[in-house]
Design a protein around this ligand. Structure first.
Ligand SMILES: Nc1ncnc2c1ncn2[C@@H]1O[C@H](COP(=O)(O)OP(=O)(O)OP(=O)(O)O)[C@@H](O)[C@H]1O
Ligand SMILES: [Mg+2]
Length: 225
């Protein structure tokens, strides 16, 4: 399988704190990779650098042969909007919009007509088993439903990579497993790669491969389940 997204020699400091100290990683097309490691080890920083959200101080991030760190801000935003999807721990849905409008938002932003965007969004909400909350606002759903709405929104644009930072961090284990099952099943069906940050072994168990980050350095744990 070809490498889709990779990072080499990443360094990133926040003031005197070194968050990344030579971290590297390679993500192949369609694979689910779990980034694990203790709190404060640099997992989120690595994810944000990989996704082009945070510029590293040095090192390179390469997506399909393009150096993300050398792109203009506009080109990077465009890439994030069209090729990447995001799921965070919580708080990423727009509270004023219904769940359906939230899922449809990325399609609307890329110029799709409301009717078409909502039809595609309903399909995704059915797949994530949250079509029942389509007309409710995020504040009126359970935590697990909200995360599944966020997953539907991340997948609706058919991204090549879904970045998920502790997507089950605020859920109980049963709901966490349901989110992980639906996320990884949907990603595998569409061929999207998933880069997942977690410190829960049972969440990482849904991945093909684990990468461990310690003190801002990453190490591949190369095994296939
Ligand atoms: N915006 C920021 N400003 C200052 N320091 C930061 C910032 N973001 C991260 N850090 C620091 O960088 C280091 C790595 O943080 P990071 O958030 O990447 O860790 P993490 O592995 O995701 O931890 P957790 O499991 O707790 O989420 C930590 O020491 C953290 O305090
Ligand atoms: Mg983190």
């Amino acid at each position: 399988m070809t490498t889709l997204l990779s990072a080499e020699g990443l360094h990133k400091s926040f003031g005197k704190t070194s968050a990344l100290d030579g971290a590297g990683i390679a993500i192949r097309e369609g694979e689910v990779v779990a980034i694990m490691g203790p709190s404060g080890s640099g997992k989120s920083t690595l994810l944000h650098c990989l996704a082009g959200i945070l510029p590293p101080d040095s090192g390179t991030v390469t997506y399909r042969g393009q150096d993300l760190t050398a792109m203009t801000d506009n080109a990077r935003s465009e890439l994030r909007r069209t090729e990447f999807g995001f799921v965070f721990q919580f708080g990423q849905l727009v509270p004023e919009l219904t769940c359906l409008e939230n899922v449809a938002l990325p399609l609307r932003l890329s110029g799709m007509k409301r009717k078409d965007a909502e039809r595609a969004s309903r399909d995704w909400m059915e797949r994530l088993e949250v079509d029942t909350v389509a007309d409710q606002r995020p504040g009126e759903t359970s935590g697990g439903q909200g995360q599944r709405v966020a997953v539907a929104r991340a997948l609706v644009t058919a991204p090549k990579v879904v970045f998920a930072d502790e997507p089950t961090g605020a859920l109980d284990s049963l709901n966490g497993e349901r989110v992980m099952h639906l996320l990884t099943t949907a990603a595998r069906e569409t061929g999207a790669a998933v880069v997942l940050v977690t410190h829960e072994a049972r969440v990482a168990a849904y991945s093909d491969r684990e990468v461990v980050v310690r003190d801002g350095r990453s190490r591949d744990v190369e095994f296939v389940r």
